[in-house]
Ligand binder design. Structure first.
Ligand SMILES: [Zn+2]
Ligand SMILES: [Zn+2]
Length: 276
């Protein structure tokens, strides 16, 4: 069965603009994607603080409109335990959506974190989330499979994964460095569509903040490393920090990205998936 990937947000964890800042370019919601299959079954990959607005946007997708399911989404998966990637889960609890046992695919480390700490523990114990831990691959629905791909990223609370959907889409919103991920070339080459961490363009982007404490590949590193793969697949830069000039389509930085054969992710981009 075929489906549609919908890019629900393209900003780093704090959004664009962040609280108390002006941001660059258009406002952007926090990084997240969904897949809506043609029968309406829906996977949400990362549950950002902007989840309410993001799931509301899914109602513009024809296949999603036709669904009659009790839960707002049928499957959830999470990359890691930093605030932009899972804290929207609070909206699934009894004070809000009151979800009924949504299968939630996470690593064992992420499952242990959610089970041990409030308010997430109540979501599990209350039967709102049905935690399923492991790296897969797992078949969620006919034509919709998932594999969690370990990547190096600050592991204060949990480990971090990229998310492979149908071996067709690779979603890696957060990584410390491509060089520290031995499978980087192989995994990017394996997918037709890759959404890749592009938090920063330069190391002096945030005055007064040591970016060595929050390492990410620079956009130029990403272009250098994967540029030779751009002709045969869509390489899309996402998780843009509110300071990153590539967030402004008219900027020189965005022009460099495009001329290298890459794309800058935009909220509400849709990509058709063939399924399997
Ligand atoms: Zn992040
Ligand atoms: Zn992170």
């Amino acid at each position: 069965m075929a489906g549609t990937l919908i890019v629900l947000g393209t900003a780093q964890d704090g959004g664009n603009p962040q609280l108390g800042s002006r941001g660059r370019g258009r406002p952007r919601l926090v990084s997240s994607v969904a897949v809506v299959m043609d029968d309406g079954s829906t996977l949400l990959a990362d549950v950002s603080p902007d989840v309410k607005a993001q799931v509301a946007r899914l109602s513009e997708v024809e296949a999603y409109q036709a669904r009659s399911a009790r839960n707002a989404v049928d499957h959830i998966t999470l990359t890691h335990g930093h605030m932009g990637h899972y804290t929207g889960l609070v909206q699934f609890g009894k004070e809000a959506h009151n979800a009924d046992r949504i299968p939630t695919w996470v690593t064992p480390s992420m499952a242990a974190f959610l089970t041990a700490n409030e308010p997430w523990r109540s979501l599990v114990e209350g039967g709102h989330l049905d935690l399923r831990s492991g790296f897969g691959p797992v078949l969620l629905e006919p034509g919709l499979s998932l594999r969690l791909v370990p990547v190096p990223h600050r592991a204060e609370l949990t480990d971090t994964v990229g998310i492979s959907i149908n071996d067709e889409v690779l979603f890696v919103p957060d990584i410390d460095s491509w060089a520290d991920w031995p499978d980087a070339q192989q995994e990017v080459a394996r997918h037709r569509v890759c959404l890749l961490d592009a938090s920063f363009s330069s190391l002096d982007e945030i005055p007064g903040r040591d970016l060595g404490q929050i390492p990410h590949p620079l956009v130029s590193d990403t272009i250098e490393r994967f540029g030779h793969l751009a002709a045969d697949r869509r390489l899309i830069l996402t998780h843009l920090n509110h300071t990153n000039p590539v967030a402004e389509p008219d900027s020189e930085a965005a022009a460099v990205v495009r001329s290298a054969g890459f794309e800058v992710a935009e909220d509400l981009m849709e990509i058709h998936l063939d399924g399997n």
